[in-house]
Design a protein around this ligand. Structure first.
Ligand code: MRU
Length: 369
């Protein structure tokens, strides 16, 4: 997608030095557009953990490139392929531990590792990791584009029913192109609708405490010429009651076999408000974000609990720097849950790269046949 009129993906290999992985530093957005260079598997672990890169599919791709970087390190340290494998396995375990909720991380790391372990020589292992990581990225771009084309048709139908043709879409967190490699999951239908000349406006919930809505979604929509309004998380229900929302689309970090959708904290309350107001609530989910081993999302999905500082302090930009300011009292007791689960009964449909399906076991199993 576009940044200052130039096309970018969120992750790529440095053209001058194949041993360096470049990413957009999302911790600096929207204040500054900075590229971070990641040169080690530990560096990739840190980037995932501190949310330099974030969003389920992007975390997966980053993890795969982390496996590649660990092989480059292992080549310098060890001669025997067995020792190389041992080191890479250790680093994979570390990378997988960076963020527990998005299933894509383990999925992509495991996929890359399995291919690597089949290769006999160290250089074949390195090539295999690099090819797998880049294939994961290209597949993700294709999947998101398809999600976009299926989702666009829902928007088109809603538009045809409206007198002014304008479709108001509410979203939570960032499930746009910054959360994936390109296009986005929840926002791909919006970008493709705009491309097709359908009138769209996006309600962007700010997404406390990391403000992915305010800092990332609003920014990427602005950069790509989509009309939007930023609202507080608490305002979502109100705009729905006022008839100002035609549909909700969110992304997902893990969707169970039964269609329970885990996404950024606050999504569940948004779904409840949509249900109460009879507004269709869609999750846009690539196949890489399904976890077929889980059935009951609330009971089984590991929900990340993050640092209390994310709630205790607010970040602001001044004098060319990001600062943190205390917004409650110093000794306050905090629990910072990163995600919640929307039970399938509140989900109208799941938009995947293989079509739009009902959130139930039968439809989800069919997807993987
Ligand atoms: O903590 P984050 O910013 O990685 O959480 C991201 C989300 O919850 C996204 O909505 C999710 O990954 C959707 S997938 C594009």
């Amino acid at each position: 997608m576009l940044v200052n009129g130039k096309k970018y993906r969120t992750i790529w290999i440095n053209k001058q030095n194949k041993e360096v992985v470049c990413v957009i530093n999302q911790n600096m957005l929207p204040f500054r557009f900075e590229i971070a260079e990641i040169k080690s598997s530990q560096g990739m672990f840190d980037a995932i953990k501190n949310m330099t890169v974030r969003g389920a599919p992007l975390i997966g791709a980053a993890g795969a490139y982390g496996v590649y970087l660990s092989l480059i390190e292992a080549k310098r340290k060890y001669k025997r392929p067995d020792d190389v494998d041992k080191y890479v396995l250790e680093m994979c375990e570390l990378i997988n531990s960076a963020r527990p909720t998005a299933v894509n991380l383990k999925w992509a790391v495991t996929k890359t590792l399995e291919k690597v372990l089949k290769q006999k020589t160290v250089s074949a292992k390195i090539n295999s990791a690099l090819n797998t990581a880049s294939r994961i990225c290209n597949d993700d771009v294709r999947a998101c584009r398809k999600i976009g084309t299926y989702g666009r048709e829902i928007i088109r139908k809603l538009s045809a029913k409206k007198q002014n043709g304008l479709v108001n879409i509410l979203t939570h967190c960032n499930a746009g192109w910054l959360a994936v490699i390109d296009y986005g999951t929840a926002l791909a239908p919006v970008y493709l609708a705009k491309e097709a000349g359908i009138k769209v406006h996006v309600w962007v919930e700010e997404t406390r405490p990391r403000n992915q809505g305010a800092r990332l979604t609003a920014w990427e929509l602005e950069q790509n010429g989509i009309d939007y309004s930023l609202i507080t998380d608490n305002a979502g229900g109100y705009v729905m009651q006022k008839g100002m929302v035609d549909m909700v689309i969110v992304g997902s970090d893990r969707t169970t076999l039964t269609g329970d959708v885990c996404n950024k904290i606050g999504t569940y309350k948004t779904a409840l408000a949509a249900f109460d107001n009879r507004i269709p609530f869609y999750a846009a989910v690539p196949l890489s974000s399904f976890d077929l081993n889980m059935k009951d999302g609330v009971k089984e999905i590991p929900v990340e609990e993050r640092s209390p500082d994310e709630i205790k302090f607010a970040e602001y930009y001044e004098g060319g720097k990001i600062h943190k300011g205390l917004i409650t009292f110093e000794s306050v007791k905090i629990r910072n849950f990163g995600f919640d689960i929307t039970p399938s009964k509140y989900v109208t449909g799941i938009i995947t790269e293989s079509g739009i399906i009902k959130p139930n076991q039968k439809s989800i199993r069919n997807l993987f046949k």
